[in-house]
Design a binder for this molecule. Structure first.
Ligand SMILES: Nc1ncnc2c1ncn2[C@@H]1O[C@H](COP(=O)(O)OP(=O)(O)OP(=O)(O)O)[C@@H](O)[C@H]1O
Length: 564
């Protein structure tokens, strides 16, 4: 339902704006109906014995028009505020989706949908709320309100008006359903087309060689075209339905008014005024007919946005539910990339709750892939991952873990917005833990300083501290750090090591590293080789064992600049 979708998307922050928008729109419709019905006593007075009796009614109609005009201005303002709520929600949830989605899931079709929602849906929503919702509510309510007014003249006319209102609603919903179905097909075809185009662009050489690319794209274009025609075809019966209902409303009112006039139950002046009332009703029918198609479009957009916003809330809620460190157990985990590269091969591992585990291995041994699997950014091709004793899918792992990536991407906004949505007390502790204080001290407005695109430029080390703070701000039981110190200066590396030591025990920490400083604070080390676990255990045990790790350690000591 479009109204509940709008409420879910814009949330509690815009409740008052929504209430004002709906309430004022209804009030303005009542005023319109009153001004129209007011014509009946005006004409009755003008054609009666005392034409001057028309003045109070004329004054009432003028007042209704003036107040209605002022109300419409207020409706527009409230509608724009609600529309901006949709823009905010689309941007927030879109960015969140892009940041958290498994890269494998960010394929052309999904990217195209997110692009539509983030770039188009917000501006569309602002205009739709003002130019569509409000006229729609008016068009839908004007007929019942006019019918109530007609009851004051004659119950038969009131009844005809109510039946006409019900028929209008029926016609609107029938035609909207047909159009919505065709629109869904059309939108899906468009997304499939985007997907194929991207796929074709990426894999051009191979597809060309096989001679299948153009055929694939041609097929999708013709599917998209035929669904476009189907959309048009479904709009036509809807329009016909409306015009038929409009004619019936007009005839029914005319016949009833004529019968009442002939039986002397209606004066000539009232019958004349009824022509205006009937025309207003038919005008409503026409508006509803015009609005049915754009309504179906904005309804689908709001439903998609609601899904996006609610999935963001779901991620946040399950993350909030994290209550301390947990065991993470991998059993026979395999991972193969789409091109067939087997990056993980039967990995059995336990990351013990509250411990720091460091993963080392040569370049290409599968360290980052392993971290991605634990983080829920990739679903294993085989085997299973359990978190806190129960088998866990990628979404659950994503919600329950926080990741510091090799490079921290900053979005345009303040430091606070880049780090978290939380209260000040949390931020003070997080800044302290992530050693962000010195970075904040160098910025003009501390937490409120603009960073990222268009804002202050932070060094790699400073970005990394923001990334660490962001990860610490997420109340997740598992903290994953991917080579965060590989490109860092010694001071920042020390800061990261200190931070991890300070939070030791509060989370299960897994660090992929090329550097010895982190190995020194590890409770245990895992050595990967060709996607398999070559060795694992406490540092001391591995050093005395004389295996791969002892060999790597020796090489570091020899080079004094450990790069495994
Ligand atoms: N997107 C990808 N598509 C195909 N193969 C990939 C992809 N990413 C990584 N690989 C391959 O998977 C294997 C494991 O890569 P991974 O990045 O996990 O190793 P790593 O140990 O983290 O390497 P590095 O230390 O260089 O970052 C390598 O053979 C790599 O070439």
């Amino acid at each position: 339902m479009i109204f509940t979708d709008l409420a879910a998307v814009t949330g509690g922050t815009h409740r008052a704006d929504r209430a004002a928008f709906y309430g004022l729109t209804i009030f303005s419709t009542i005023l319109q109906a009153a001004a129209t019905i007011g014509l009946i006593p005006v004409l009755a007075a003008l054609f009666g014995d005392e034409p001057a009796d028309a003045w109070p009614w004329v004054a009432m109609m003028a007042a209704a028009l003036i107040v209605g005009w002022a109300t419409d201005m207020a409706v527009t303002k409230a509608g724009v505020r609600v529309g901006f709520g949709v823009i905010d929600a689309a941007e927030r949830a879109g960015v969140q989706a892009i940041r958290t989605l498994d890269t494998a899931d960010l394929h052309g079709e999904r990217a195209s949908m997110l692009r539509d929602l983030v770039a188009k849906s917000g501006p569309d929503a602002v205009s739709a709320i003002v130019l569509l919702f409000s006229p729609l509510i008016r068009a839908a309510l004007l007929v019942p309100f006019l019918s109530i007014g007609l009851f004051l003249v004659s119950w038969q006319l009131g009844l005809v008006g109510l039946v006409a209102g019900a028929a209008l609603f029926g016609a609107f919903f029938l035609s909207r359903r047909a159009v919505a179905k065709a629109e869904d097909g059309f939108a899906a075809a468009g997304r499939e087309l985007d997907d194929r185009m991207l796929e074709y662009a990426w894999a051009q050489p191979t597809l060309r060689a096989a001679g299948v690319g153009p055929r694939l794209v041609d097929g999708v274009i013709s599917r998209s075209r035929s669904r476009g025609f189907r959309l048009l075809a479904w709009q036509i019966p809807g329009d016909i339905l409306f015009s038929v209902v409009g004619q019936i409303v007009l005839i029914a009112l005319g016949v009833t008014a004529g019968a009442l006039y002939l039986s002397d139950d209606l004066s000539g002046s009232t019958a004349a005024a009824l022509i205006v009332v009937a025309l207003r009703m038919v005008e409503s029918t026409g508006s509803l007919s015009l609005l049915a198609t754009p309504y179906a479009g904005i309804q689908r957009t709001l439903a998609d946005l609601r899904e996006l916003v609610e999935s963001e809330v779901a991620v946040q809620t399950s993350a909030d539910g994290a209550d301390g460190p947990v065991d993470v157990v991998l059993e026979a985990v395999d991972y193969s990339y789409p091109d067939g590269t087997r990056a993980l091969d039967g990995v059995d591992l336990t990351f013990r709750r509250g411990e720091i585990t460091v993963i080392v291995g040569h370049s290409g041994s599968g360290k980052s892939t392993l971290l991605d699997v634990v983080a829920g950014l990739r679903e294993p091709s085989g085997g299973q991952v359990s978190v806190g004793g129960s088998t866990s899918d990628a979404d659950t792992r994503l919600a329950g873990s926080a990741v510091v990536f090799q490079t921290t991407l900053l979005r345009p906004g303040t430091v606070r917005e880049n780090v978290m949505t939380g209260d000040a007390a949390d931020l003070v502790e997080i800044a302290d833990l992530a050693q962000l204080d010195s970075v904040l001290a160098g910025l003009p407005d501390g937490w409120e300083s603009k960073i990222g695109e268009g804002g202050n430029t932070l060094s790699g080390g400073e970005r990394q501290r923001v990334g660490l703070a962001r990860a610490l701000a997420k109340p997740a039981g598992v903290l994953l750090v991917d080579e965060a110190t590989s490109s860092l200066d010694v001071v920042t590396e020390r800061a990261v090591v200190d931070s991890l030591q300070r939070i030791r025990g509060t989370r299960t920490i897994v660090v992929v590293t090329h550097r010895p400083a982190l190995v020194a604070i590890a409770d245990s080390v895992v050595v990967l080789d060709g996607g398999r676990v070559a060795e694992s255990g406490p540092v001391d045990g591995l050093l005395t064992g004389g295996g791969v790790f002892a060999d790597l350690w020796e090489r570091w000591r020899a080079s004094e600049g450990w790069q495994v």
